[in-house]
Design a protein around this ligand. Structure first.
Ligand code: DQA
Length: 147
């Protein structure tokens, strides 16, 4: 079964209690379970991770490049300013979909820029957990059929 990394950046461990009006009341554990369920429907295996540490996130992106693992990535605040993350993602060797729970384009001006979007296959934003479900479907569609 093909593995997909679902990587989550800073503060996403706080889902459920973090600005629930923006991000909802469900936890990161619930998000992990939702991703695993969708992945199973698609014949994929999810390796779900979260970090507040930019260096750790970059190491995971490097690992994905070395192992040719596709990525669903919520870079959280790193989205808006981390050129280091963008450069790491530019080395990718498999599909990449950027996701956001909220719709950054409808929020503060600093969220309107994504330094990641230009190296991703696409972006899904604004649909809560469904952003991740849709991203996993997009990844499945981008992968060559196994045979
Ligand atoms: C976010 C949007 C970002 O602007 C913010 O910094 C986050 C979460 C989202 O999923 O909606 O931490 O990536």
């Amino acid at each position: 079964m093909r593995t997909v990394f679902v990587l989550n950046g800073p503060n996403l461990s706080r889902l459920g209690s973090r600005e629930p009006d923006v991000y909802g009341t469900a936890s990161l554990d619930e998000l992990q379970r939702a991703c695993a369920a969708t992945a199973a429907e698609l014949g994929l295996l999810v390796d779900f991770r979260q970090t507040d540490d930019e260096a750790e996130l970059l190491a995971w992106v490097h690992e994905a490049a070395d192992r040719r693992v596709p990525i669903v990535l919520n870079p959280a605040a790193f989205t808006h300013y981390s050129y280091g993350l963008r450069d790491a993602l530019a080395m990718r060797t498999a599909p990449l979909v950027e996701v956001h729970l909220s719709n950054p384009a409808a929020r503060e001006a600093f969220r309107h820029t994504s330094v990641v979007a230009g190296v991703a296959d696409g972006t899904v934003a604004g649909f809560g957990f469904d952003s991740y479900r849709l991203a996993l479907r997009a990844i499945a569609g981008l992968l060559p059929a196994e045979g």
